[in-house]
Design a binder for this molecule. Structure first.
Ligand code: GDP
Length: 298
């Protein structure tokens, strides 16, 4: 399936290397754990999270008296799956209206994700509206327009350089007047400094809260999995300046270091709600801890 296919590089970079090491051992010892540790760290799982995983593994090995290296794999998979599991990971737009604010730096796949979501909800029979809130780049507005016509959903846009707050204001008004189910707002991805970012996003959030308090609000941060630990630090920064309700991890198909999912999950403490495993509409998937670990270790 698409998830498996999309994670094939990550599988090569993580699981295949783990298997190779496990096969080369006849007993379970500290040296083996050290080799596993190194693989996880190079796969962008992050140092702290890797230490935690290896410690949990050490405890399990002792508890269960594991002596066969291949049995270590089962335990490792279970530990990873548990770290990835969260209670409210699914992006829920059943409440009408739901306003989704997409945040993230340029190039991470924000526009593409908006387009994919718009397409999906439209297909589900929902009334969708897009807001071109990234007014700093003409290309961002144009790209969003392409998605809107491709999926046949309306878009609210102003000229390049216009006030993003004004775009969001108009979009929220239109969403109300047109009985829209899902309003998806693009926002500027400039990360000059934290104060600046907080200020810009704060304005937009305030408008949404003030003009449409009965709407359910989701703030999704998009990060690019191929940027590894940068994705983790972006998530930490955005979490400090905005109330992020979920993370979208894009381009997982493009990296052998899929461990970044584990790092984001355990170090940022915001649920990963969606993952991108390719460029087509079907490649944006709800994140499911079990399906993910099955695809990775399967
Ligand atoms: P933005 O600047 O954040 O709006 O980024 P874009 O939406 O323009 O995306 C940048 C590039 O990443 C585009 O070429 C997208 O097709 C590509 N992209 C986005 N998501 C994915 C994904 O999950 N997998 C792959 N392979 N490419 C993606």
């Amino acid at each position: 399936d698409r998830l498996k296919q999309g994670l094939s590089k990550a599988k090569q970079g993580i699981t295949d290397r783990i298997d190779e090491v496990l096969k080369s051992y006849t007993k379970v010892d500290e040296e083996l754990l050290e080799e596993l540790e190194e693989i996880l760290i190079t796969a962008d799982v992050g140092v702290n999270t890797t230490m935690d995983i290896i410690e949990q593994l050490r405890v399990k090995i002792k508890q269960k008296g594991i002596t066969d290296p291949m049995d270590v794999r089962v335990e490792l998979k279970a530990i990873v799956e548990e770290i990835l599991t969260n209670d409210n990971s699914k992006l829920d737009v059943s409440h009408s209206p739901t306003i989704i604010l997409m945040v993230g730096v340029n190039g991470v796949g924000k526009t593409t994700t908006i387009g994919k979501l718009a397409n999906k909800y439209k297909k589900d029979g929902k009334k969708v509206l897009l807001a071109a809130g990234d007014t700093f780049r003409a290309a961002a507005i144009e790209q969003l327009e392409v998605w809107s016509s491709r999926s046949n959903v309306d878009i609210i846009k102003h000229q390049e350089g216009a006030d993003p707050g004004a775009v969001i204001f108009d979009a929220v008004k239109a969403a109300k007047a047109r009985n829209v189910d899902v309003l998806i707002c693009d926002t500027a991805g400039r990360l000059h400094n934290k104060a600046n970012l907080m200020n810009e996003l704060g304005k937009v959030f305030k408008i949404v809260d003030r003009e449409f308090p009965e709407a359910k609000k989701e703030v999704l941060l998009v990060v690019d999995a191929t940027t590894g630990q940068n994705a983790v630090s972006q998530a930490k920064t955005f979490k400090e300046v905005a109330q992020i309700t979920g993370i979208v991890l894009t381009k997982l198909d493009g990296t052998a270091k899929g461990g970044v999912v584990i790092a984001v999950k355990s170090e940022v403490d915001v649920p990963v709600k969606l993952i991108g495993v390719g460029e087509t509409v079907e490649d944006l998937q709800d994140f499911d801890a079990k399906a993910f670990s099955d695809a990775l270790f399967g």
